[in-house]
Design a protein around this ligand. Sequence first.
Ligand SMILES: N[C@@H](CCC(=O)N[C@@H](CS)C(=O)NCC(=O)O)C(=O)O
Length: 200
Amino acid sequence: MELYLNKTSPYARVARICAIEKQLGNDVNLIWVDPWADDKALLNANPNGKIPVLVTNEGEAISESLLIASYLDGLSSTNSLLRTPDYTDVLALSGLSQGLTDAAFTTVINRKHFGKESDSTVLGVRRQNAITRCLQRLEDMVNTDVMRSDINLGQIITAVALSYIDFRLPELQWGSDQPLLADWAARFSERGSVKETAFA
Ligand SMILES: N[C@@H](CCC(=O)N[C@@H](CS)C(=O)NCC(=O)O)C(=O)O
């Protein structure tokens, strides 16, 4: 298999962590690309021009990190990431934290293209509010089974979203308002898959 990715994409990092946690790391050839540079091979695999894209051994190109995670989860029985006893809770946590990633990522991209003033637009303010609410919801969930159980997709997306905020929006300093979540994230960051895929 081939995984198109870069070192700063939270979505690509989720896909890569899933592959590692499923013990499929050695079966995935990493193709490093700049998705903003109209890379020909990437556009061929995914006309949307976005990473991640996973090209299966049969040549099928799967985009969207959640779909890639679902595909990888079905390939090996190691670490069930989705089909756990908490299945619906895993889906709920995954959606919540994917939304957090979307709000953070869109904030970063809008700042890059339209300046920091983009935070003050109607949409910018909605994004900031969404980030604040999602962080608090996650803080309230730290002691629930889905956050405390063996690794699952929701935990992976949550950990990557928080790490992405630290990487790109460090001024948010969310750890002071969400101390339980900060402890949870620190523990999760000890995993080999998380260390190996650090943003750079
Ligand atoms: N919903 C997609 C989002 C993917 C995405 O937005 N990737 C960014 C990099 S973090 C990208 O490739 N952007 C290039 C572009 O928008 O042209 C997923 O979950 O995979």
